[in-house]
Ligand binder design. Structure first.
Ligand code: SF4
Ligand code: SF4
Length: 227
């Protein structure tokens, strides 16, 4: 899922301090699971904004809402309707950056502000902890690395084995909290009986499928309108 962290409260407060009717809108998917942008976080942020701006002598109307997804038209239409019908003059979204963009593209002259910092694609790594597992490179190489991604999980994104800082299976960047991914890859391939594959030469990675290649699109031609 996409992981995001709540933005510092003061930053969000600053964004909206001059608006009179603000909608704080959450997203029911990834950011709900990683506890940064679901219904509960919308309530917390909206309450905090009411209190903090009230103390400053401003009393904006802070409205709340959460939709299942902010990256699909059908789920976002009710947000657009509310903005129009309830004369909202600014939106704070707690969706990931995709949701910020998706709303901004559709909200005309109404500004959209991010309420979270989108960080990475990851998964749960323990209670209250999420870890990066994929960097969306567009050309997955994990078939050769035992299903473990050296791009997302190596602090230096090394593709040809460990750097000199790998020690006792830990990454030199943060030995107490990060495994050296090349140790994980070695151990995994060994367990799979495929260790010898590490000696295979692979062509240099083509990074044009990653964000370095420009704005990316994903097409399912069978769903597209005939031309
Ligand atoms: S190789 Fe690319 S697509 Fe595969 S997990 Fe790593 S970043 Fe993601
Ligand atoms: S110690 Fe391992 S994970 Fe850390 S930067 Fe070096 S190769 Fe990458």
């Amino acid at each position: 899922m996409i992981i995001a962290d709540p933005k510092p409260f003061g930053q969000v407060k600053e964004y909206i301090k001059d608006y009179k009717r603000v909608l704080v809108v959450g997203c029911g998917t990834c950011v709900t699971v990683c506890l940064s942008g679901g219904e509960a976080e919308v309530q917390l942020l909206a309450s905090g904004l009411r209190i903090a701006l009230g103390k400053n002598g401003k009393n904006p109307v802070i409205l709340e809402g959460t939709v299942q997804r902010q990256c699909d038209e059908e789920f976002v239409v009710p947000v657009l309707d509310r903005v129009r019908d309830e004369r909202i003059d600014a939106v704070v979204t707690l969706a990931c950056g995709v949701g910020v963009n998706f709303l901004a593209d559709r909200l005309g002259s109404v500004p959209v502000f991010p309420g979270v910092d989108t960080t990475f694609y990851g998964a749960s790594a323990g209670q209250g902890l999420w870890a990066e597992l994929c960097a969306g490179c567009g050309n997955c190489i994990t078939a050769y690395t035992g299903g473990i991604c050296p791009i997302a999980r190596c602090s230096k994104h090394l593709l040809n084995g460990p750097c000199g800082g790998s020690e006792k299976g830990r990454c030199e960047v943060a030995p107490n909290s990060i495994d050296c991914v090349w140790q994980l890859i070695y151990d995994r391939l060994k367990k799979l009986g495929r260790l010898s594959e590490l000696q295979n030469l692979l062509p240099a990675k083509d990074w044009r499928t990653a964000s370095d290649g420009g704005v990316r699109r994903s097409v399912r031609e069978y769903l597209q309108e005939p031309k």
